[in-house]
Design a protein around this ligand. Structure first.
Ligand SMILES: NC(=O)c1ccc[n+]([C@@H]2O[C@H](COP(=O)([O-])OP(=O)(O)OC[C@H]3O[C@@H](n4cnc5c(N)ncnc54)[C@H](O)[C@@H]3O)[C@@H](O)[C@H]2O)c1
Length: 271
């Protein structure tokens, strides 16, 4: 499905680690819709062989940047504008990491150094990116910034530990910067709250497989796929959603507003 929705638009896409990444799928779709963009990821996390494939496939350059480092983010926005030949029209923030989750630490046992890192990488990084762009005036009028979130920002999910706070903060930054950048340059800032998806970050959560099936049964449309998430992000980067800002948009097949489905009840039936 190509409608040239993003023809002439220049973007920055963070977080494409491998072909399962939500950012990877978004890059493919944005390319199909005519966008030009730069790919970026943390030098330490980047799997060079993998991301190079995506860069070749989409005709993109890779500019490494740790999203917790202001100098590297400044370089990212300067170089991206040079490479793409103008201001940036869209940014995808697809960055998340919790060492507490990786190490399987339960909520009452969280390590605070890891906790701080989770917040810095997964939430403050959006503030940092937007601040760098704002001060440099690097995003064009009516530009669009999308961050990926999860419903644990609103409701407790036992296994999501410190990432829940990170996502709540991420969504708050979306609102606050959405206000400030909207007043300044009519730049839109939104988050997409995505279904559980089988990616490196998602799969790192204990019991993720079971929970994925549970969410699928408890969503009238089933879990939203990574490809569907990418399509939604493309519409948010496009000019068709110009007046949408400061929102947390559920992209989850109806999960967020479902109490219980017949399918889930059947799975628990006693006979
Ligand atoms: N997979 C899911 O179930 C799911 C559901 C809802 C939201 N999300 C969110 O989607 C986003 C993308 O995750 P994903 O599921 O595609 O997994 P992923 O593991 O493919 O992507 C996470 C990315 O964050 C990058 N990253 C980590 N530390 C970084 C740093 N310091 N600087 C720059 N980049 C850094 C990683 O290198 C990786 O590319 C995350 O914010 C995640 O929380 C995922």
């Amino acid at each position: 499905m190509t409608n040239n929705l993003l023809q002439g638009k220049r973007g920055i896409i963070t977080g494409a680690l491998d072909e399962n990444s939500l950012a990877w799928k978004t890059a493919i779709k944005a390319h199909e819709q005519g966008a030009k963009f730069v790919l970026t990821n943390a030098p330490i996390a980047m799997r060079m062989g993998e991301i190079k494939k995506l860069a070749e496939q989409t005709g993109s350059e890779i500019i490494p940047a740790d999203a917790t480092n202001m100098d590297e983010l400044t370089n990212l926005f300067i170089k991206s504008q040079e490479v793409l030949g103008g201001k940036i029209d869209f940014v995808l923030h697809a960055i998340g990491m919790s060492t507490n989750i990786r190490k399987n630490l339960a909520y009452p046992e969280l390590n605070y150094d890891f906790y701080n890192k989770t917040i810095d990488v997964s939430a403050l990084s959006l503030h940092r990116m937007l601040s760098v762009a704002y001060k440099m005036d690097a995003i064009s009028e009516w530009g669009s910034v999308v961050a990926l979130s999860y419903i644990a920002a609103q409701r407790t999910f036992s296994f999501y530990t410190d990432m829940a706070e990170a996502k709540a903060m991420l969504e708050s930054i979306v609102r606050s910067y959405g206000y400030h950048y909207g007043k300044y340059r009519k730049v839109r800032v939104n988050s997409v709250s995505q279904s559980p998806t089988k990616t490196t970050a998602g799969g790192g959560i204990k019991g993720f497989g079971d929970f994925y099936d549970f969410a699928d049964l408890n969503s009238p449309l089933g879990n939203a796929s990574a490809d569907a998430c990418a399509d939604y992000c493309v519409t948010l980067f496009s000019d068709y959603t110009k007046m949408v800002t400061m929102q947390n948009l559920f992209h989850d097949g109806g999960y967020s507003y479902t109490g219980i489905t017949d399918d889930l009840l059947k799975a628990f039936a006693r006979e």
